[in-house]
Design a protein around this ligand. Structure first.
Ligand code: F6P
Length: 320
């Protein structure tokens, strides 16, 4: 193995840069060359890649976003797009590929491996924490901390004005960010897609608090469970409470990565290079019970990712 490629794909997440750095430094340490592929699989198809050296990844460990840029490539879904990518694999002499991204990116990488045989390793990078095969994804911890910081600030004004606040967080079809941020932020109610809810139940909880003299309340809603605006409208209709909404949106995707995300990114990025050097062909890396693990991509993606419903119940108990 002489030359590998690295790309970031899908939604960016804090810690992707730390991961690129780990891939490059680990590879160079072992005498490999690294090509940085721009804009996810689009750069692969268009042959938009640059050599990355030790210095190319200096001063990025603490930066959010991704220096390689990212995209959700529609072209790579088509066989023609992948055929063009394969031309570039030959042209640039790429012998292995590290894909930092989410499950969609892993699926694309896996299909490409089956079609053209290029060894690929996926590194889970997404704020959603929704990838099976790993306990945590790169960027999740930072996104949760960002959301908690926002909840803290909203709590100040919610308390002063004795208002109900609905805070909508990201997470796509999963409630990982909502549960973690809601528990850490002391939210009175957490709505996640994994657990059905009813407006009667939510309003009953609010009214119970109100009767006890609790005049403010924070409801964290995962975007996959319901829209924040809709939740607020329904609560207002039923209770008459002055209900405000904050949609945290893309601010959850940016910012300097936490130490936990930088450490995770460093360990997983380095492991990906090790796997390519060991001749592995279609793996993803992850963290399980504190240990770095490697799994077959297809096996991992066939598993279902489940949220800790005991933790969800606990959050309910602690916020009565
Ligand atoms: O997958 C990361 C994520 O931020 C999700 O939480 C969210 O649903 C989606 O991406 C938003 O996508 P976009 O940046 O394309 O609006």
């Amino acid at each position: 193995l002489q030359r590998i490629g690295v790309l970031t794909s899908g939604g960016d997440s804090p810690g992707m840069n730390a991961c690129i750095r780990a891939v490059v430094r680990k590879a160079v340490y072992h005498g490999l060359e690294v090509m940085g592929i721009k804009r996810g699989f689009n750069g692969f198809i268009e042959g938009d890649m640059v050599p990355l050296h030790l210095g190319s990844v200096a001063d990025i460990i603490h930066r959010g976003g991704t220096i390689l840029h990212t995209a959700r490539s529609v072209q790579f879904l088509n066989p023609e797009g992948r055929a063009r990518a394969n031309e570039n694999v030959k042209r640039f002499g790429i012998q292995g590929l590290v894909v930092i991204g989410g499950d969609g990116s892993f699926r694309g990488a896996s299909i490409f491996n089956r079609e053209y045989g290029l060894p690929v390793v996926g590194v889970p990078g997404t704020i959603d924490n929704d990838i099976p095969g790993t306990d945590q994804t790169i960027g999740f911890d930072t996104a949760v901390n960002t959301a908690v910081e926002a909840i803290n600030k909203i709590r100040d004004t919610a308390t002063s004005h004795e208002r109900t606040f609905v805070i909508e967080v990201m997470g796509r079809n999963f409630g990982f960010i909502a549960l973690a941020a809601g528990l850490a932020g002391g939210a009175e109610t957490i709505l996640i897609p994994e657990r059905p809810f009813s407006y009667d139940e939510i309003c009953e909880r609010l009214m119970r608090g109100y009767r006890r003299g609790k005049l403010h309340s924070i409801i964290v809603v995962a975007e996959g469970a319901a829209g924040g605006l809709e939740v607020a409208r329904k609560i207002k209709e039923r209770t008459g409470f002055d209900t405000k909404v904050t949609i945290l949106g893309h601010l959850q995707r940016g910012g300097t990565p936490t130490a936990a995300d930088r450490i995770l990114a460093s360990c997983l990025g380095a492991k990906a290079v090790e796997l390519l050097m060991a001749g592995e062909t279609r793996k993803m890396v992850g963290i399980k019970a504190g240990k770095v693990v490697a799994l077959d991509i297809e096996d991992a993606l066939s598993q279902t990712r489940s949220i800790d419903l005991d933790m969800y119940s606990l959050a309910g108990i602690l916020s009565i």
